[in-house]
Design a protein around this ligand. Sequence first.
Ligand SMILES: NC(=O)c1ccc[n+]([C@@H]2O[C@H](COP(=O)([O-])OP(=O)(O)OC[C@H]3O[C@@H](n4cnc5c(N)ncnc54)[C@H](OP(=O)(O)O)[C@@H]3O)[C@@H](O)[C@H]2O)c1
Length: 236
Amino acid sequence: MKGNVLITGANRGLGYELVKCFHSNHYQVFPLVRSEEAAIDLMAEYNDRCYPIVADVRLDDCKESIQSTIRNFTDKIDIVINNAGIPGRSRELEKVEPEEISELLNVHCLGVLRVVQAAMAFLQNGDNPRIINVSSRLGSLSKMASAEFRNRKFTYSYRVAKAAQNMLTICMDQEFSKKGICIRAIHPGVFISGPSSLDGDLEVHEAAGHIFRWIDGMEINRSERFIQPGVGELPW
Ligand SMILES: NC(=O)c1ccc[n+]([C@@H]2O[C@H](COP(=O)([O-])OP(=O)(O)OC[C@H]3O[C@@H](n4cnc5c(N)ncnc54)[C@H](OP(=O)(O)O)[C@@H]3O)[C@@H](O)[C@H]2O)c1
């Protein structure tokens, strides 16, 4: 067994493909999903080394669910992948409701905070502990402020929430790199089948493969802090 990995948003999309990659490469996986049904489906698919956590990262009690499930099987986690996410809705200021921004901040930023707080004691026992926050190119202030997306309309809430998540990544990196915990933000690519597929550039299983190889091959330990695995560094 190669190591223990916690992956949020693991019942579909990129999270599901990441579980598949890590499991088939001999990791023990802790997929975080929101329903008992999703947990049962994953346990039916993987009859060993797969221990689903049922939790909602919007709620403070997710920490207890994460800790109690992990504690049943191990005292260490090597990798946490904060992948759970939701899309935004409103692209024009007058239609943006504060609740929408609040909802996305809760998932993308506070959700990451809760999961990392819950996992920290286990990460401190981990081998080469790593935290990967699945962000987006749309969370890059530099890219947004430059002309790169001038003719595209993206939602306010998603961009605000991913930028906030990026700042959380920077804050955590500054606190924890000295303590040997590696923390990175990634843009996973734009999935062809995803909601923002206008300029989709890869299949979701290909994105998962790039991310797995980058983490497992220890390229993650290079100096870049915000990166698209398989492609290169992004500006904050
Ligand atoms: N799609 C793209 O092209 C693209 C591009 C750049 C970045 N990203 C980022 O990559 C990540 C994965 O994207 P995806 O397209 O694979 O997403 P997806 O297919 O929509 O799946 C999202 C996952 O997150 C889970 N989730 C949502 N809210 C949650 C909560 N409160 N607590 C726990 N789990 C929750 C969902 O669970 P349920 O099934 O229960 O809803 C689902 O498993 C996201 O963070 C996204 O922002 C995606």
